[in-house]
Design a protein around this ligand. Structure first.
Ligand code: SF4
Length: 389
């Protein structure tokens, strides 16, 4: 990058000026990763100090049966396929209760677009989960699922959200966003929920008082300009509603192993590579710098591995999701040996070892507990150090 442009961008960041589309594209064109990290870390520190938030959650996928066949998805199964499943309500409750002893604070539930499950199943599942675990917040369903519920129920999203909230819904999840630009989206997404519906449903959720997350699936066939466009659409919507609590860049994954039935479902992996760690760190940094109105940037460690997750905390991220348990959507495509679960203690040490102060939060990003500040590496060099893979 031209030295003059670099100085201009740096001056804008340190003056707290809003960055433009061209600035975003220029930042992606820079290979000076330490410089990008320094800028993003400056912004992250202004917003969140040296704190790293985390939560103790469990992911549940009620069904992997899906009417769509998105090109990047290794999770979906068609009805009758060998490893297709749909949980009975009691099964979902019993899986959720397995983590009761860990003082679980959130259930994160996303699912396939099941062609024949009736609408009433969904509020019923939430009611039963809430009755079994009254202190646990329910973060459930992507905007894509809500649009699917409109189709299968004949109700409006307004009515659907009211009914789900009445059954205990605290927040939507941020998925279904992928990349909003149609140039890319038409090649990877196989359902009808695009920017217009995705933003309509989140806008509605914000009006009802929800704080929702927003995601971006990167590192496949998109180019940096598509990532910038994606983030700027979210920034504009955030200017309007203020309802996004966090932005989550999700790294696209190849389907390295055959699934139980021997099929590889990911249809774009021959056209693309996955984002390398440096590209991921760059994406965290540029997103943090462009999204000046969203308070948090999250690293979903399951998709990055733990060492990149630690590094991301110096590249704009200030939030780690979470204790997780059984994240099927990525783990159906993952052969990195990333664990399924981190317990509260693991998360605390992961954050301390990266040099930050852990803060446990709830679904609304309210503080549950602040932990001690980290002890510097230099002071504990004689202790055996854990290796985070
Ligand atoms: S990404 Fe979601 S909607 Fe698309 S095929 Fe997979 S489960 Fe279905």
């Amino acid at each position: 990058m031209d030295a003059g442009l670099k100085r201009d961008l740096e001056a804008k960041v340190y003056a707290g000026e809003r960055l433009s589309r061209e600035d975003g594209i220029a930042l992606y064109a820079s290979d000076d990763l330490t410089w990008l990290g320094r800028l993003a870390h400056h912004r992250r520190t202004e917003l969140n100090g040296d704190r790293v938030m985390f939560n103790v959650n469990r992911h549940l996928n009620l069904t992997n049966v899906c009417s769509a066949s998105c090109a990047y998805c290794s999770f979906q199964r068609k009805p009758g396929e060998k490893d297709a499943y749909t949980m009975r309500i009691e099964e979902a409750v019993s899986k959720a209760k397995e983590m009761e002893d860990e003082q679980l604070t959130e259930l994160h539930i996303v699912n396939g677009l099941h062609p024949s499950l009736p609408w009433r199943y969904y509020p019923k599942v939430l009611r039963e989960l809430k009755a079994a675990l009254p202190n646990v917040k329910l973060k459930c369903f992507t905007a894509t699922e809500v649009q699917w519920f409109e189709k299968i129920s004949g109700r409006s999203a307004d009515e659907i959200l009211d009914e789900l909230m009445d059954a205990g819904l605290e927040s939507l999840t941020g998925g279904g966003a992928e990349i909003f630009d149609w140039e890319v989206r038409q090649h990877i997404v196989d359902h009808d929920c695009h920017w217009e519906d995705w933003s309509r449903i989140h806008r509605l959720a914000h009006r009802k008082g929800m704080k929702t997350p927003a995601t971006m699936l990167y590192g496949h066939i998109e180019e940096p300009r598509h990532r910038v466009d994606h983030v700027l659409r979210l920034r504009e919507l955030q200017d309007e509603t203020g309802g996004f609590a966090v932005f989550i860049p999700l790294r696209y994954q190849h389907d390295f192993h055959d699934s139980a039935d021997g099929k590889i479902r990911n249809r774009i992996q021959e056209r693309t590579t996955m984002a390398a760690p440096a590209e991921s760190l760059k994406t965290f940094a540029v997103s943090r710098l462009l999204l000046d109105n969203v308070p948090h940037v999250k690293c979903f460690w399951v998709m990055h591995g733990l060492s990149v997750a630690q590094l991301s905390l110096n590249f704009g991220a200030d939030d780690l999701d979470g204790s997780v348990v059984e994240y099927k959507i990525t783990h159906d495509a993952d052969s990195y040996g990333t664990p399924h679960t981190l317990h509260r203690d693991d998360l605390l040490h992961l954050i301390w070892d990266a040099g930050f102060q852990p803060v446990e939060r709830n679904t609304r990003y309210e503080v549950v507990r602040e932990y001690e500040k980290p002890v510097g590496l230099a002071e504990r060099r004689s202790e055996p150090q854990k290796v985070w893979a």
